[in-house]
Design a protein around this ligand. Structure first.
Ligand code: RUB
Length: 320
């Protein structure tokens, strides 16, 4: 079944990166809506909600995932028949997928303007949005080069250097701990985001906060490329972003760990970079200072604070 298959691929990181995860979840909901047979509207809604919950449970940090699911599921809201609900989901999913792709293209054009001819850029992890800015600058004829980190423990840096290489961009591959050593040669850091909170903090791959710290110390600008659906509406009411903790054997093989009974491996997959270390967030709606995150949440995600109040009340009652 498409939902289980997509959920498994997201969990195992065969599908990874906040934007790709969001699009895959939207596509899975669309295909699921199309495959669910004739039944009552209530049964259809229940089936779709079950699918939505399965997808959301796969990875806890990338806010693009629940945001995409929320956007697609609102297609059901006004439906009076199963057919209307089905069409609502399919239309919402297709619109989300294409607008998310357009968002990356717009971010590329806006982000590229912040890259000057001759710049040395540093990027961490593998972000479609961040790489799109770098590749666009190169396409515009700017002579740029890139430091790309390895990204322990899952080595997403290997995907990044393949993409940069295929685009013909001169790239230096470094281990994560070399960032401080090379930062004085860098003009600009560009990374992506899994979530942006209402106070402008950016949640991204583990190590991003150290990169930002090094950049801040060396007075190197730090730019985050993030579509508006990576902003986290629920942080408006105090909800925290959950940082995914992945299995220790991604860091230390089980056969070695077994010989070290006093050692516990911690493997947090993401960290939080405070707003004061970030110069600019490039969204498809424009480049903003991180302090404007609240405006993006209110204006572009379009979910009123009232909706969150009522959802909190519902949840509260539910838990009692
Ligand atoms: C990926 C990661 C990326 C963001 C943004 O983590 O941290 O920087 O998701 O990526 P993981 P994009 O590999 O654990 O999913 O710009 O492609 O959405």
């Amino acid at each position: 079944m498409i939902v289980t298959e997509t959920a498994d691929k997201i969990k195992s990181m065969e599908i990874r990166g906040a934007g790709r995860i969001a699009r895959a979840a939207a596509a899975a909901l669309r295909d699921h809506a199309l495959s669910v047979g004739d039944q009552s509207l209530a049964a259809f809604l229940q089936e779709m909600e079950r699918a939505a919950a399965t997808l959301i449970a796969t990875r806890p940090t990338a806010v693009s995932l629940p945001n995409a699911v929320h956007i697609v599921m609102t297609g059901i809201n006004a439906a009076k028949t199963v057919e209307e609900a089905r069409v609502g989901v399919v239309t919402r999913a297709d619109t989300f997928i294409s607008s998310s792709q357009h968002a990356v293209e717009r971010i590329a054009r806006i982000g590229a303007r912040h890259i000057r001819d001759g710049d040395v850029i540093l990027t961490h992890c593998n972000s479609e949005a961040a790489l799109s800015c770098i590749i666009e600058a190169h396409r515009e004829g700017k002579e740029i080069s890139v430091y790309a980190t390895e990204v322990r423990p899952r080595n997403q840096g290997l995907i990044t250097i393949r993409t940069l290489n295929d685009a013909g961009i001169k790239t230096m591959f470094i281990v994560d701990s070399a960032v401080r050593s090379v930062i004085n040669d860098v003009d600009l850091v560009i990374v992506g985001a899994d979530a942006v909170t209402v106070n402008g903090a950016v949640v991204n791959k583990i190590g991003t906060a150290q990169v930002a710290h090094a950049a801040h110390g060396a007075r190197v600008n730090m730019v985050v490329a993030a579509e508006t659906y990576k902003f986290a509406p629920r942080t408006l009411l105090g909800e925290l972003i959950r940082i995914e903790e992945r299995p220790g054997n991604e860091v230390l093989p089980d056969e070695i760990a077994r010989t070290l009974p006093y050692v516990t491996v911690r493997n947090p997959a993401f960290d939080v970079t405070p707003a004061e270390y970030i110069d600019l967030i490039v969204t498809e709606e424009g480049a903003i200072p991180p302090q404007m995150a609240y405006v993006i949440i209110k204006e572009y995600l379009g979910w009123g604070i009232e909706e969150f109040h009522s959802s909190l009340e519902v949840n509260g009652r539910h838990e009692e």
